[in-house]
Design a protein around this ligand. Sequence first.
Ligand SMILES: Cc1ncc(COP(=O)(O)O)c(C=O)c1O
Length: 347
Amino acid sequence: MSIAHRFGSYGGQYVPETLMPALAELEAAWELAWADPEFRSELASLSRDYAGRPTPLYRARGLSATLGRDVWLKREDLMHTGSHKLNNALGQALLAQRMGKRRIIAETGAGQHGVASATVCALLGLECIVYMGVEDIRRQKPNVERMELLGARVEPVEAGAMTLKEAVSAAIRDWVTNVETTHYIIGSAVGPAPYPVIVRELQRVIGDEARAQILERTGRLPSRVVACVGGGSNAIGMFAAFVDDAEVELVGVEAAGEGLESGRHGAPLTVGGRPGVLHGSLSAVLQDVDVHVIGVGRIRSWPQHGREPSACGDAERADRRPQMLVPVRFDGERPSVREFKARDIGR
Ligand SMILES: Cc1ncc(COP(=O)(O)O)c(C=O)c1O
């Protein structure tokens, strides 16, 4: 086994027995594909000609002037379909095609990963089913319409809070049933091994490009690299390229929702979520007093207390950890950008 399955005590493969052969098959196929120049070259040319890479690095003039220091934005929003999710979906769909699996399932919350999956399936002529909570379907109608236009079937999930967590569970149930014919494109650095490593490698193009671009533009490395942590895929993709640069501070930003004290937030790494098994791996999980899962810290390599996440999970690099986790609070529907700027960029 050359792919990391554990990051500290986190990670692993906590799945029904029926999925174990599929995970082994996926890992073997990934290792062969990633070492195959033909696969890499097909991914690189589609990333360039179809998806629009490299994305620009933009010096945000207004923000830089306000803050009195240069702020550079890695414009993943300018990729086809509007987010970094396509990096992962494209790589995994090519892998599925190579494995002879023509039925794709995916989960989505905000809809970006669903749209990215539907797009690559349309490109490669694969069947696509996207699991989505009913509440998210209501909130993200335009993305649902986009997926359907691209020929995907959006499967509504009614369980629990009817959002992303339940959509992932439904996708895993589908995978257990249809594993022979189906590849599950997980949308972030989550799930059982080998998924977190696959997603990290497919997303590290963000960090590799950004590092080269900032060096070309400024002649030096940035003092800080900041990324939001939802499932952790853009963060791990960005951090992976800077892990060996000791002078670069790595900052992960979590959602503080209605406030850390309210218990209604998405910041398990900041508050130190309790270790728990969810969606096939062990990680920092927000749980209530009855040990019901209410949220999850999704970078696999986050250690138990959640404050020193290992930047990309490789054991040999575990000394390089993002130094800060910054919870960003939401006031009602609006992120309190002022708090983020003042506390964390403006200093
Ligand atoms: C545009 C965008 N950025 C970031 C995220 C967070 O995901 P991740 O932490 O996997 O990058 C999402 C999740 O849907 C997203 O749509």
